[in-house]
Every structure is written in structure tokens, then in C-alpha cells.
Design a protein around this ligand. Structure first.
Ligand code: CA
Length: 616
């Protein structure tokens, strides 16, 4: 063969290989950046016979350190030293049977300020929404040809409904106007599953958003648009399991990529086994290695290649999409040491970035075990800054209905708050009335019409310690109970679909009661924004059992807010003597009504189930 024709053939093969690589999404991550803290880059290539032949790279500034072949002939792992990498394009090259094929790769230049991005904290309020159920901005993407669930059915609670990124992008003004500061999306990554794919927790491609929401570029544009409106973006991630249609499972790189790789063994869901000092080996293994459900096999995070893959994936999304936070699903179901390492490595790359782990326990001690610097897990450290305060949620489900008496009513909240002694950092607890997995705070329409209950709960949520999270629709009193099915907790936001009878995104489309609820939440959210007493302040509270009134002070740098919640259905004239230590002046502005209250008589008039927020 003449040299010129050999070169032509090589070029043709290269061109073919490049086209194939672009359409198959078979190189993870599809690109990376120069100048990251971690000196190592893992590249997982899944292509027919990827493991065959001799592999090299043509990079000038990155160096191929290690090539790892696994059990599948179609998977190949490369480990590159990128400690001295500069932005550059290069090829990954195979030589086999005298033929040369290649895939282009790129180390990009990082955006300025990427490392310094600000995470979320108690100055923020998160708005959680499920992308399939919030708003359908593009009916053309409802059914994507070739995907396993290629239809929508709004009458089916477990079917896809068609919501997407454009729907959210078009409603960012609504979300921003409400006064929240961050949007937490239920998972947006591809879920190419036969059914039930709408909730997003069965990922089939860690590097691609679900096309029924839009393209990767659309998610980046949505994040940019949110930022332009002063809203942070929090991405939901799942390291514990993936969808059974993921290539990882259908063509396993190696058997030990998964726990129980050969057959479905369900987790016991008892993640108390993570901290239980009396735990049996059997129980711990069943809880942590068992699968979540039969179509969500359990990833083995103790496999160092799996660990590296997941860690890098999260960093890729932070860098690529510019997100501000991560919510980690089923955090305690995964390997403690790997999750700890993940949190540390993310913080190494982005020192102020924040992650909230789903720590679903009914007791504060179990949750505290998972918070960064916990004495309970020492000498181990989870490095997880934010954990979820489920016990407070369970207390709030009842506290605003019951008469405060003995251990009931607002005393439930007092007792939970008193247990803050177990937390290294109570200000980094996520606080919430409900979420996509729980009964809505308004379980029924009747409960939604209990205005006092709503007003007390929202006031408490937005003034207590920690980072409040609001589930979409709470502001318009959407009601649902878990007993009626998880899909009912995730109903469509009215007005999000073309032709909807009601459009609750506008005042004219809301009922009077919905407008009252919306306006009330909005007023408190707007007031909370930038309020340092709430975002950074100390918490001092008063036992509610004598009067049934729960009172607490938030104070920072000489400014304070003092909240009074009447936990009884009786009007009361409250003697202020016990509260003198938090009442620095004899008059204060009340935030909800905007009136000035005279405290010089030493009395405070409280209506049944009243809530007052005094600002000093
Ligand atoms: Ca759509």
C-alpha cells in the first residue's frame, strides 16, 4: 500500500470513528477540563470491542497512566494524569490488526470563577419541583421516538405527563417572584425505562439529560437563565442505584460493578444499620447491598472504578451546567466511606459548594450521624454538610392541628428543637413540610382550607433554623395523601399545560383562598431574603406547655425576630414577663400585618392559632 492511500484510509477510518463516538454517547465523561484540583481523570469507553488493541492518546499535556480492561470486551477504562494539563484537543487512538481508529477528546478551559461558586445555605429557600409534572413548554418532546416509554398520559399517575425544561424556563419569573432563591429539580438525567420513568430515579445515562425534558444544552441554558434571575439550581443525583436498562447493567463492565449482580435481592430499607453499634453483618449487607427495587440494581461503590465514575460524574455536571448544589438521593444506602470521599472531593474542587443528603430517619441522632464533623460517627466523617430534618417534618405534620397540651401540639416542635444538641451544625439542616415522597402538608382539600394551620406552618418553616425547602404547589394549597399513591403527590401544576382549565401561575387563575396562601408565603419569603437574623441567627425558645404558646428568637448582630405561635384554639392575653430576655424594646414591627405593636403593658393579645413575627 502506498503511503498516501494508507493515510487516506486512516483518515476515513478516523472520520467514521469520530462520527460514531458523537452519536453513541459512549465516552464518559464526554470531555473534561484543564486546571481541576484532582490530578487524575478516568475515561470509561463503552464501544464494541473497546478493550481490544493497543490504546494511546495524542495529548501534549495529559499523560495516559493506566489502561484497565475488565470482564466486558466492550468496556475500557483509561486513567490520565491531568495534573499539568492545559486546554487542548487530542485523540484516543486504537491500533488493532494493523488498523488505527480514534476518538476525539477535549480538555476544555474552565469558566472564570467556577471554583469559587457559592453553594446554598440558610440564606436560601429551595423550591422542589418534579420536571415531568411542573409545566409542559414543548409538547413536541413529549414522546421521543426510540425511547422505551414513548407516550404521555396525563390521566395516569405513574405515566409521563410531558413536563420539560422549557416549561420551567417559562415559569422562572413565577418562581422568582414567589421569593424562593433556589430550584431543586427532581432528577433530570435520562431514564430510558419501560414504565414509571417520570420520577427520574432510574438513571440510564449519567451524562445525558432525559430528551423528553430537552437536550443537555437546554439544561445549561435553563441554569443560566435561573442564575440571571437570582435563582440557584440544585441537581438531584443518585449514586446508590441506576436503572436496570443502563448499559452498566445490560453489559456489565464487570460483575462487581453491582451488588447482588445476578439476581434481585431487595434492601431491607433499614439504613440504621449504618450507625447501629449492635448491627449484624447479615443486616448491614442486606440493607446496603440489596437493591432499592427490582428495576434499580444496586451499584457497588466499594469498586474503586465505580466510585471514581460517580464522583467524576457529579463534578462534570457542576462544571458543565454551572449548578450550585446537589441533593443526593438515598445517601445512607450507599457505602459510607465512598460517600464521604465524594463529599470531600467535591469540596476540594469547589470549597463553598453544598450537598444535601437524603437522610430519612425518624430520629435526630440517626440524622446527626451523617452530618459533617459529627461526634457520633467519629473518627469517621461523612463530610456531608447538609442533612434532612425528617423528625421535624413528622412533628410538623401534627403540631399545627393539635391543641398544645402535654406532649402534643407545638410541644412536639419544641422537643425536636431541643435535640439540636446532637447536630454539629443545626443551621445546615434542610427543613421541609413535605416533598415528593411524603404526603403533601395539605393531605386533603379540607385540611388545605385550614388557613391557621397553613399560616403557622409557613411562618415556622421560614423562620426556624436551617434551610427551608418548599415543595411545588404548597403555595397554592395543592393537596394529596401518600395512601392514594406516589403519583398523586406529584400532580401537574395547574396551568402548566396548554389548555389547562385553571392557570394558577397567575393571580387571576387562582381562587381567593389560593391567592391568600400565595400572597402570605410570598410576603414572608420576600421578607426573609437577605435577613441575617434568620439566615445566621441564634435560636432561643420557650417551652410551650403552660400557655400553649411557642415563642422563639432569631438573633444576629444586634437584630432579631421573635415569633409567637399560639398553639391553642383559644384567644389569649399573653403575659410577656417570661419573654423579657428576647424583647429588647417596648415596641416592635409585626411583619405579617405590617403594624407596630406596643409591648409596654407587658401583654400580647393573641387570636386563636395566631402567629406573630416581631422584628427588633
Ligand atoms: Ca414536553
Amino acid at each position: 500500500m502506498k503511503k498516501s492511500s494508507f493515510l487516506l484510509l486512516t483518515a476515513l477510518i478516523c472520520a467514521f470513528a469520530k462520527i460514531q463516538a458523537q452519536t453513541a454517547s459512549s465516552v464518559d465523561p464526554p470531555f473534561w477540563w484543564a486546571g481541576m484540583q484532582n490530578p487524575e481523570l478516568q475515561i470509561l469507553i463503552c464501544l464494541p470491542d473497546a478493550a481490544a488493541g493497543k490504546v494511546s492518546i495524542t495529548a501534549r499535556t495529559a499523560r495516559l497512566m493506566e489502561t484497565v480492561r475488565m470482564e466486558s470486551p466492550n468496556c475500557l477504562l483509561l486513567y490520565l494524569d491531568v495534573s499539568k494539563a492545559a486546554p487542548e484537543k487530542f485523540d484516543i487512538v486504537w491500533e488493532k490488526n494493523g488498523k488505527r481508529t480514534s476518538i476525539p477528546y477535549e480538555l476544555k478551559r474552565r469558566k472564570a470563577g467556577s471554583r469559587e461558586r457559592k453553594g446554598f445555605d440558610a440564606g436560601d429557600v429551595l423550591y422542589l419541583l418534579m420536571p415531568d409534572r411542573f409545566a409542559n413548554g414543548d409538547p413536541a418532546n413529549d414522546a421521543v421516538k426510540g425511547m422505551r416509554e414513548a407516550k404521555v398520559d396525563r390521566s395516569g399517575q405513574y405515566a409521563r405527563h410531558g413536563g420539560d425544561f422549557k416549561g420551567v424556563a417559562d415559569r422562572l419569573d413565577y418562581i422568582g417572584d414567589l421569593g424562593v432563591t433556589a430550584v431543586w429539580f427532581n432528577p433530570v438525567l435520562e431514564n430510558d425505562m419501560k414504565e414509571g420513568s417520570y420520577h427520574g430515579y432510574a438513571v440510564t445515562d449519567y451524562y445525558r439529560v432525559d430528551r423528553r425534558f430537552g437536550a443537555n444544552e437546554d439544561f445549561v441554558a435553563l441554569t443560566d437563565k435561573a442564575h440571571a434571575k437570582g435563582l440557584k439550581v440544585i441537581m438531584d443525583m443518585i449514586f446508590n442505584h441506576c436503572g436496570s436498562e443502563h448499559r452498566f447493567f445490560t453489559d456489565k463492565p464487570s460483575r462487581d460493578w453491582f451488588n447482588y449482580p445476578d439476581s434481585f435481592v431487595q434492601t431491607s430499607f433499614k439504613t440504621s444499620t449504618q450507625y447501629d453499634p449492635h448491627v449484624s453483618t447479615f443486616d448491614k449487607q442486606r440493607a446496603l447491598d440489596g437493591w432499592f427495587v427490582s428495576d434499580m440494581p444496586d451499584l457497588n461503590q466499594r469498586n474503586p472504578h465505580v466510585a471514581r465514575y460517580l464522583i467524576q460524574n457529579s463534578i462534570w455536571w457542576i462544571e458543565y451546567a454551572g449548578i450550585d448544589g446537589i441533593r443526593q438521593d438515598t445517601h445512607p444506602f450507599a457505602d459510607f466511606d465512598m460517600m464521604s470521599r465524594w463529599c470531600r472531593e467535591v469540596t476540594d474542587e469547589y470549597p463553598d459548594f453544598n450537598i444535601v443528603g437524603e437522610t430519612w430517619y425518624a430520629n435526630s441522632a440517626g440524622i446527626a450521624y451523617w452530618q459533617k464533623d459529627s461526634r457520633l460517627s467519629a473518627p469517621k466523617n461523612s463530610n456531608l454538610r447538609t442533612v434532612m430534618d425528617f423528625p421535624l417534618t413528622f412533628a410538623m405534620e401534627k403540631a399545627f392541628d393539635e391543641e398544645t397540651d402535654g406532649e402534643k401540639g407545638l410541644t412536639r416542635i419544641y422537643e425536636i428543637m431541643a435535640q439540636d444538641m446532637v447536630y454539629p451544625d443545626p443551621m445546615n439542616l434542610l427543613v421541609f413540610l413535605d416533598n415528593h415522597d411524603l404526603s403533601r402538608f395539605c393531605t386533603t382539600k379540607e385540611r388545605a382550607s385550614n388557613v391557621d394551620r397553613y399560616r403557622q406552618a409557613i411562618a415556622f418553616l421560614l423562620t426556624t433554623r436551617g434551610i427551608p425547602q418548599i415543595y411545588y404547589g404548597t403555595e397554592i394549597l395543592m393537596a394529596a395523601a401518600k395512601a392514594d399513591g406516589d403519583g398523586k403527590l406529584r400532580e401537574d401544576f395547574p396551568g402548566g399545560w396548554p389548555g389547562d382549565q385553571q392557570n394558577a401561575f397567575t393571580p387571576a387563575g387562582r381562587t381567593q383562598m389560593q391567592n391568600d396562601a400565595f400572597d402570605y408565603m410570598r410576603r414572608l419569603l420576600q421578607w426573609r431574603r437577605g435577613n441575617e437574623a434568620i439566615a445566621k441567627g441564634t435560636y432561643r425558645h420557650f417551652i410551650p406547655t403552660v400557655t400553649g404558646v411557642y415563642a422563639y428568637e432569631r438573633k444576629y448582630a444586634g437584630k432579631s425576630a421573635v415569633v409567637f405561635l399560639n398553639g391553642t384554639s383559644k384567644a389569649q392575653t399573653l403575659d410577656l414577663t417570661p419573654y423579657r430576655e428576647v424583647l429588647p424594646r417596648n415596641s416592635a414591627k409585626e411583619i405579617i400585618t405590617g403594624t407596630t405593636l406596643d409591648l409596654s403593658r407587658g401583654k400580647l393579645e393573641l387570636k386563636p392559632r395566631d402567629v406573630l413575627i416581631l422584628e427588633f
